[in-house]
Write a protein that binds this ligand. Structure first.
Ligand SMILES: Cc1cc2nc3c(=O)[nH]c(=O)nc-3n(C[C@H](O)[C@H](O)[C@H](O)COP(=O)(O)OP(=O)(O)OC[C@H]3O[C@@H](n4cnc5c(N)ncnc54)[C@H](O)[C@@H]3O)c2cc1C
Length: 343
C-alpha cells in the first residue's frame, strides 16, 4: 500500500493517522512542535466526534485519563445568570495536553511514523494531507482575534460548562481531569495587545462584579498551562475552493463558542480515511480522493458553519446578544436548539 503523509499533528492529523493505521495504511506524520504541550482550547469535546472516538476504541483510554462527562451548561452575562440547562448530548472534557499525548501514544503503538520538531512545507501534493491548523489572518474587518487559556484549581462550577459573556469576549469554564478547571476565552481588539504574557489573568478574569470574577477570585492557577493564540480567522471556508486535501482548522475554523472545532477535526479525519485507503491501495486516483473528501466535508459542515456564524456575531453585537439572551431566558430549550444547530 502507498504511504500517506500528514502535515500537522493536532487532533485532525493524529486521528487520521490512527484511522489509516487501523486499516493497514503506512503513515508518516510531521509535527512542527513537540509533545506533550498545552494548546488554546476550551477542551470541551462534543458532537459526533464522541462516537468516532468510541468506534476507534479510544474511549476507555480517555476515561482512564480522567476525562469528565459534562451534560449541562450555565450562561452568564456580567452578573446576570441563566439557570442551568441540560444539553441534548453529554460532552467529554479533557486537557489537550493529555488528549494529544494519548493519541500520539496510540498512533505510535499502531505503527505510525511521527516526526516532531520540524516544520515541513505545507504544499498540496499527491499523497499529502494538510492538517496544519488555522490559516492565520492578522485582522478581520479591522478586529484582531485572539484566544487565551489556562488551568486552575479551587474554582467551583455549578455546571459542567459555564459560558461567561464579557465586554471583551466570551470565556468558557469546564471541569477537566484531576479536579482542574479549564478557563479559555476568545477576545478581540482593534490594536495589537502586547502585554498578554503578564495580563492574561486579567483578560480571563471577566468584568468587575461579574459572576466570572467571583468564580475565579480564589483560583490557584497552573501557570505552566497558560497558552495563547492570535491571528485567528473565523470566516467559514469551503474545501472545494482550496488547493490540496485539508482537514481540521486547515480547512475551516468554526467559532469556538460552538465547542465543535475538535469534533470537526475528528469528523474530517473520519470522512477522509476511507477514500485515502482506496488511494493507498490503488483503487482511486488522487484527484478523485481530493474531490470526494472536499464535497463530503463541504456538505457535512456547511449548515453548522452558517448557524455558527450568526451565533458568533451575536456574542459580540450588544443588540443581537440581548436577543439571544432573552430568547434563552424565555424559552428554556433555546440553548439546546443552538447546540443542535451547530453540530
Ligand atoms: C479560544 C478557542 C477555544 C476553543 N474551544 C474549543 C472547544 O471547547 N471545543 C472544541 O471542540 N473546539 C474548540 N476550539 C477549536 C479547536 O481547538 C480546534 O478546532 C482544533 O484544535 C483543530 O485541530 P487541528 O488538528 O485542525 O489543528 P491544531 O490543533 O491547530 O493542529 C495543527 C498542528 O499542525 C502543526 N503544523 C502546522 N504547520 C505545520 C508544518 N508546516 N509542518 C509541521 N507541522 C505543522 C502545528 O504545530 C499544530 O500542532 C477552540 C479554539 C479556540 C481558538
Amino acid at each position: 500500500m502507498k504511504r500517506v503523509t500528514i502535515v500537522g499533528g493536532g487532533l485532525a492529523g493524529l486521528t487520521l493517522g490512527l484511522q489509516l493505521r487501523q486499516r493497514g495504511v503506512p503513515v508518516l506524520l510531521h509535527e512542527a512542535g513537540t509533545y506533550p504541550r498545552h494548546r488554546v482550547c476550551g477542551e470541551y469535546l462534543s458532537g459526533r466526534a464522541i462516537s468516532i472516538i468510541e468506534s476507534l476504541g479510544l474511549r476507555p483510554g480517555l476515561d482512564d485519563l480522567g476525562a469528565v462527562e459534562s451534560s449541562d451548561v450555565l450562561l452568564s452575562l456580567g452578573s446576570s445568570v441563566l439557570s442551568r440547562r441540560t444539553l441534548p448530548r453529554p460532552a467529554l472534557c479533557l486537557s489537550r495536553y493529555e488528549f494529544d499525548r494519548f493519541l500520539v501514544q496510540e498512533l505510535t503503538k499502531a505503527g505510525g511514523d511521527i516526526q516532531t520538531g520540524h516544520r515541513v512545507p505545507a504544499q498540496p501534493a499527491e499523497g499529502t494531507v494538510l492538517a496544519t491548523g488555522r490559516q492565520p489572518s492578522a485582522t478581520q474587518n479591522g478586529w484582531r482575534w485572539f484566544g487565551l487559556k489556562a488551568h486552575a484549581r479551587n474554582v467551583d462550577l455549578e455546571a459542567g460548562l459555564e459560558m461567561h459573556l464579557s465586554t471583551r469576549g466570551y470565556i468558557g469554564l469546564c471541569r477537566i481531569e484531576k479536579n482542574q478547571v479549564n478557563v479559555c476565552g476568545l477576545f478581540r481588539a482593534r490594536s495589537p495587545v502586547s502585554d498578554l504574557a503578564t495580563q492574561w489573568k486579567d483578560w480571563l478574569g471577566g468584568d468587575p462584579d461579574s459572576l466570572l470574577r467571583q468564580r475565579i477570585c480564589h483560583a490557584d492557577w497552573d501557570e505552566s498551562s497558560f497558552s495563547s493564540i492570535a491571528a485567528l480567522s473565523l470566516s467559514p471556508q469551503r474545501a472545494s475552493a482550496q488547493a490540496g486535501l485539508r482537514i481540521g482548522d486547515a480547512l475551516t475554523m468554526i467559532p469556538p463558542v460552538t465547542g465543535n472545532g475538535m469534533s470537526m477535526a475528528i469528523e474530517g479525519a473520519d470522512r477522509a480515511a476511507r477514500p485515502l485507503v482506496d488511494w493507498s491501495s490503488n483503487k482511486l486516483g488522487w484527484d478523485s480522493v481530493a474531490e470526494t473528501v472536499a464535497s463530503c466535508l463541504d456538505s457535512a459542515f456547511a449548515p453548522r458553519l452558517r448557524h455558527a456564524r450568526w451565533l458568533q456575531h451575536a456574542m459580540f453585537d450588544p443588540m443581537a446578544r440581548s436577543v439571544v439572551w432573552n430568547l434563552s431566558r424565555m424559552f428554556p430549550d433555546f440553548p439546546s436548539l443552538l447546540f443542535r444547530l451547530t453540530r
